[in-house]
Design a protein around this ligand. Structure first.
Ligand code: COA
Length: 196
């Protein structure tokens, strides 16, 4: 039995951002992100079609493990403007999509949990992804029983690799995720805890 976290405990804050659990109200923003070729270049290669974006967004509000696993919308604290998302979701190895059936209220997914983020281009280059990543790693280790959080990125996505290193994750060279070779990163709970 996993104790659900109250809704207010799922609203996370960094210096400049507020992360709220993804909701139906974020659908237009989500479509803008997923259908932008610049955002999706190293994620799926091509922007999603409207149909595929809606298919993805239909799953986006799912929450697992008492609310602890899922997608957050990141907004600027000053204006409330949404700038991107952050995720703690199960990572597929030889499948191209997350196995959303593992994201259920009363259990942890069986796949490893990855931290990830997508930002709209006007928000790039200001340290926001690093802020999101650090925030979700902290939440992940403080509020879940996970022993390890992993991450992956396209081998050519140097900005994202830099974000993961700045957030304190260890690079493990090339791994497999989303049915392709990826740059693989991990952070064990013990290492995270030792740094606090
Ligand atoms: C990748 C992405 C998340 C980076 O977000 P961001 O908020 O600009 O990242 P930050 O500002 O926190 O940090 C970026 C770091 O990468 C560095 N960087 C940027 N472009 C780089 C490049 N081409 N090569 C090497 N380093 C690069 C920056 O200098 C910065 O490092 P620094 O602080 O040491 O100077 C953002 O560009 C994005 O959302 N892209 C589209 C979606 C995506 O690829 N998401 C990741 C999927 S795994």
């Amino acid at each position: 039995m996993i104790t659900p976290l109250p809704p207010e405990a799922l609203v996370l804050e960094t210096d400049r951002l507020r992360l709220r659990p993804w909701g139906d109200g974020n659908a237009d923003f989500g479509r803008d992100l997923l259908m932008d070729a610049r955002v999706m270049r190293y994620v799926t290669g091509d922007p999603l079609s409207a149909e595929d974006a809606d298919k993805h967004l239909a799953q986006a509000a799912r929450r697992g493990a008492g609310g602890r696993i899922g997608i957050w919308c990141a907004e600027l604290k000053t204006t409330g403007e949404p700038i991107g998302d952050g995720v703690l979701t199960p990572i597929p190895v030889e499948d191209v999509d997350v196995d959303w059936s593992q994201v259920v209220p009363d259990a942890y997914p069986t796949d490893q949990i990855e931290v990830g983020y997508l930002l709209k281009p006007s928000a790039w280059g200001q340290g926001y992804a690093t802020e999101i990543c650090r925030c979700l790693l902290r939440f992940g280790f403080e509020q879940t029983s996970l022993e390890l959080i992993v991450a992956c990125t396209d081998l050519e996505n140097h900005a994202s690799k830099r974000v993961l290193s700045k957030a304190g994750m260890y690079s493990y060279g090339t791994g497999r995720a989303y049915a392709e070779d990826v740059a693989w990163f991990e952070l064990p709970r013990s290492d995270w805890a030792a740094r606090q």
